[in-house]
Ligand binder design. Structure first.
Ligand SMILES: [Zn+2]
Length: 88
């Protein structure tokens, strides 16, 4: 009877483990659509002039303002020399 009791214990542990293990939820990368809620000061990408409302992928802060860009590339171009793109 010792063996069957041990088996019972083992299966009980196994069952409790499988029941308690949290279901793995895959956290998706933030889709670009999330950026649509972000408000930026520029209507157009200052580098390539694409509409930020439609193509916003990245933002950069310059002079306490949030500028939107269609891509990483435009953002880095902007950051190299912001004064070229921002007229104040
Ligand atoms: Zn761009």
């Amino acid at each position: 009877m010792k063996i069957s009791l041990g088996m019972l214990m083992l299966s009980a542990i196994f069952l409790s483990c499988t029941q308690e293990s949290p279901k793995v939820k895959h956290v998706k990368m933030k889709p670009a659509a999330d950026m649509k809620g972000v408000s930026v000061v520029n209507e157009d990408d200052p580098v390539c002039h694409m509409k930020t409302a439609e193509f916003l992928k990245d933002t950069a802060v310059y002079n306490h303002k949030v500028y939107g860009f269609c891509s990483d590339h435009c953002k880095s171009e902007f950051k190299k020399n912001p004064s070229v793109y921002v007229q104040n």
